[in-house]
Design a protein around this ligand. Sequence first.
Ligand code: NI
Ligand code: MN
Length: 222
Amino acid sequence: MKIEFLGHAAFRLTGEKTVLIDPFLSGNPSAKIKPEDLTGIDMVLVTHGHGDHLGDAVRIAKDNNAVLVAMHEIALYGKANGVASIEPMNIGGTVEVQGVSITMTNAVHSSDFEGGSAHAAGFVIAMDGHTVYHAGDTGVFYDMNLIRELYAPEVALLPIGSRYTMGIKEAVKAVEFLQPQIVVPMHFGTTPLIQQDPEEFKKAVKGRAHVVVLNPGDSFTL
Ligand code: NI
Ligand code: MN
């Protein structure tokens, strides 16, 4: 599985299927790719309704005829706005989409959007024998231990920007709870409000996990 960082909290996972998560590209100062450049997307996952996550999801889902996977209310909003195929879900549930297993996890965060309000979430995605946890926007929470016990993610994509999400100190605690092999920091540096030094995070995680710092457009393969 290839894991590609598209900036902020946006990732593209390419394996048997192509999975796009939180595609905030238009208006994202850190994004190097435009929504119209994304082709062959099978499914678009949205962690919550904030503009820096819902972003271009509806448009990309429509352009690619992709399945929109999101919290019930956000999925229905997508449908009302022309997305043909949706998988509404909620925290604790798992859906199987084209052979990809997607579990919605809790996130400790607010979430409203044009279409109403919906609880913020994260995702555990299992594809090609690999398991990736995208935390969404969240503070650290003790039940990340449950995510480890139930799903044992190999890779954790964790926000470190502070102010709106965990900062470095909290994200290191999240790594202790989750015990992934690989951690990718996200949701930092996009604007001056969430500046962080990922090298500082790397130092603080030390031997607990392998920290992979990706610039927008960078990727690695499991
Ligand atoms: Ni948010
Ligand atoms: Mn955010």
